[in-house]
Design a protein around this ligand. Structure first.
Ligand code: NAP
Length: 309
């Protein structure tokens, strides 16, 4: 028993961030990984179990399940999902912080984001950021031994939320309210590479906020890289904030304001990208990431071919 590894609990383990953190922690081999899910019998949970994750059932709405999952752990990775729970994310995040505070966790790495309302003097309203910023404040007030990570725009969003759309003439376009300002992005699969090193070097990161970005370039350059790698003409179109906010899907105004915040209040993310790469030198640029994910763009670029015969 004396040689047993310390345990890190990963919340959101069946998701993009938590899955990345679990995979990198496993491959580094320094910690045992325990993963929290509401659905331990799902295919994703089974695959993680096969990969060596100890899967436990738990729910961010159920504090007792969180305390149980945290018993005996050294570290915890926290992530909350605004896009499933919207404003209820606040209560779920507080439940997690409370449970961490009541456990003997020595290092809590918490995925949060900047406080847009505060930084813009109330001009912009981005609830999926501001709730996470409140949760970061809440964890700081509780004086948890914590490190906070602020993730840039996932490259994966180019297949999920902002895929290139056919223009009817063989070309494709995507758009959002970013203008010409460089946009920081990251392959979410790389996030765990940084988080694993943060867990391994706790004392260097306690109390810090680490901004995670793998690349940093104008949206038109992302489009040019897509054109080159995917072999289609793909362009970026600026969509004015208020036009985007009026699109009507849940969260449209939130996302429109997020880009406006990126554009006008976070114009220089180069130091974030440089620091991220210093922590994890294998961090992929957009082009490197895209080369490895060409197939995921197939259904986007050939929608008819994707329909089963
Ligand atoms: P994801 O891939 O959609 O996965 C969501 C995870 O949350 C799943 O593992 C799910 O587990 C877990 N979960 C949801 N509700 C839960 C609950 N009540 N109790 C326990 N677990 C619960 O999400 P993700 O992308 O990793 O993370 C989402 C967050 O990332 C969002 O809040 C978003 O704001 C933030 N973010 C996104 C970006 C971006 O560019 N997209 C950038 C920065 C930050 P089960 O279903 O297995 O229980």
């Amino acid at each position: 028993m004396g040689t047993s590894k310390k345990v890190v609990l990963v919340t959101g383990v069946t998701g993009a961030q938590g899955g990345s953190v679990a995979r990198h922690l496993l491959s580094r081999g320094r910690f045992t990984v325990r993963g929290l899910t509401r659905k331990p019998d799902s295919d994703k949970a089974r695959a993680l179990r096969d990969a060596g994750v100890e899967i436990v059932r738990g729910d961010l709405d159920d504090g007792a399940s969180l305390r149980e999952a945290l018993s005996g752990v050294y570290g915890a990775y926290g992530v909350t999902n605004f896009w499933e729970h919207f404003a209820h994310e606040r209560e779920q995040g507080r439940n997690l912080v409370d449970a961490v505070a009541q456990s003997g966790v020595e290092h809590f790495v918490f995925s949060t984001l900047p406080n847009v309302k505060k930084e813009t003097n109330g001009e912009l309203d981005v609830p999926h950021f501001d709730i996470k910023a409140e949760l970061e404040d809440y964890a700081r007030q509780r004086a948890l031994p914590a490190t906070f990570v602020h993730l840039a725009f996932y490259f994966e969003n180019f297949t999920a939320f902002f895929p290139p759309q056919p223009q009817g003439d063989g070309t494709f376009a995507f758009g959002f309210p970013q203008g010409d300002t460089p946009l920081a992005g990251v392959g979410v699969e790389d996030v765990g590479g940084i988080v694993a090193r943060i867990f391994e070097q706790r004392d260097s990161y306690l109390g810090e906020t680490v901004y995670i970005a793998g690349d940093y370039r104008p949206a038109a350059e992302y489009a040019a890289i897509m054109s080159r790698v995917l072999g289609r003409k793909i362009v970026y179109n600026h969509i004015p904030r208020d036009t985007f906010a009026g699109f009507g899907f849940p969260g449209a105004a939130d996302i429109a304001h997020m880009f406006d915040y990126y554009q006008r209040y976070m114009p220089n993310r180069r130091p974030d990208a440089e620091r991220s790469r210093a922590i994890y030198p294998e961090l992929q640029t957009f082009e490197q990431w895209l080369e490895r994910h060409v197939q995921e763009f197939e259904p986007v670029l050939n929608p008819k071919a994707a329909v089963p015969a």
